[in-house]
Design a protein around this ligand. Sequence first.
Ligand SMILES: [Zn+2]
Length: 134
Amino acid sequence: MKPEIMMVFGIFAGFALLEALRTGFLHKKRQTRSDLVVEVVSALWSLGVVQPLIVVSAALLLAWSIPGYQGVLGGVGFLVGFGLLLIFDDFTVYWWHRLAHSVPMLYNLHRPHHNAEYMSVRVTFRNNIFYYAM
Ligand SMILES: [Zn+2]
């Protein structure tokens, strides 16, 4: 498994553990059975299918389009690489999220994320399955 995927999973698992210890993870007031189904399906789809496809397709696209830069960040070390990942990932997520709230078609794909009637790390990946693919 790619380190990027492991980091995303680790961050999610850390927050899920904190939530389980403090407020309960699977049992929320006002949740319905379909909430859990939507959250499990969208999380598995995002983490298991879309994100690995993005990592592989981005690597192939970059290797094809700018082959001279392949491996250019290979020697930066873990902390610098992790910092760059956090900055650029957060930058990308911020602008994508902002666009999703500005474009009606994108908001329709993003709406499930805001429809939950409870706060939980479980809603992190709660979106239409095409939201992350776009
Ligand atoms: Zn939003």
